[in-house]
Design a protein around this ligand. Structure first.
Ligand SMILES: Nc1ncnc2c1ncn2[C@@H]1O[C@H](COP(=O)(O)OP(=O)(O)O)[C@@H](O)[C@H]1O
Ligand SMILES: [Mg+2]
Length: 258
């Protein structure tokens, strides 16, 4: 049973999706929530960050999209789920061959709801499943948005940010036509630098355009996040009182209250 599925998505790279997926998961876990993070990006960044090297793993998220008929979901889930960040949350690593799925699944009618089906059959109880999405539209992003209750769209506070937004909005609109109900979304301002005038102007613009669809929490630029990722850790292990560590706890609280 799963309470909520959060897809962290934006059709732009380098905006803080992976950092948000992993840090938010750790923040929820600090509050006592059971969390599963799934890396759905063939670039395997979240997996590498968590020190899972796909070439060394026999079972990854790929298995969930290619489950042999007759195999039990529980068996597959048990194979692909690993403890991460010192056992703080569960993790399903990605594999580069996830990028073959667009071709592999080309003729399959229900290819957009494979993840919905898989998540309906998760054996564990999770309060949150967090999906780290690739920055382009394909079968993986489509499956993530189909399965999500909420899409979290990290936006780097810089000028080109608004372009990526147009693409993800258009993707959500398209998928809403086949979803039972429209997917909820919230945008998250990331890498904010209050000393930079341009950053402040973009934040104003986001507030104007998005209103209450923009999280009140703002994630400031914080090099400690990058440092944590380089060390295969989450920020709570290294700098639990740093600004961004506290901001992600605040974000978790904001999501809980939605
Ligand atoms: N708030 C932040 N402040 C500073 N650096 C950040 C912040 N969030 C992410 N980063 C760094 O920016 C880079 C891109 O972030 P990442 O989360 O991998 O983005 P995406 O998944 O959208 O491509 C990474 O090196 C990451 O450590
Ligand atoms: Mg990423």
């Amino acid at each position: 049973m799963i309470a909520r599925v959060l897809a962290v998505a934006n059709q732009k790279g380098g905006v803080g999706k992976t950092t948000t997926a992993l840090t938010l998961a750790a923040a929820f876990a600090k509050e006592g929530r059971n969390v599963l993070v799934m890396d759905l990006d063939p670039h395997v960044s979240a997996s590498i960050h968590m020190r899972f090297y796909p070439e060394k793993l026999r079972h990854t998220a790929y298995d969930l999209f290619k489950k042999p008929r007759g195999e039990r979901w529980q068996t597959v889930w048990n194979k692909v789920t690993y403890p991460a960040a010192g056992g703080v949350f569960d993790f399903v690593p990605a594999h580069p061959k996830l990028s073959d799925l667009d071709v592999d699944l080309a003729g399959i009618k229900s290819k957009g709801s494979l993840l919905v089906r898989a998540l309906m059959n998760v054996p564990q109880e999770y309060d949150y499943v967090i999906l780290d999405c690739p920055p382009y539209l394909g079968v993986l992003l489509a499956n993530a948005i189909m399965a999500a209750n909420l899409v979290i769209i990290p936006i780097q506070t810089e000028y080109l940010a608004l372009n990526g937004l147009k693409l993800i909005f258009s993707t959500m609109r398209t998928l809403n036509r086949v979803r039972r109900e429209p997917v909820g979304y919230r945008a998250l301002a990331t890498m904010f630098d209050s000393r930079a005038g341009a950053c402040k102007r973009v934040l104003e613009l986001l507030r104007e355009k998005l209103g209450d669809k923009l999280f009140k929490t703002i994630i400031h630029h914080d090099t400690k996040l990058r440092e944590a990722s380089g060390k295969g850790a989450v920020i709570y292990d290294l700098y639990p009182d740093s600004r961004s560590a506290l901001e992600y706890v605040q974000l978790a609280a904001e999501i809980e209250a939605l």
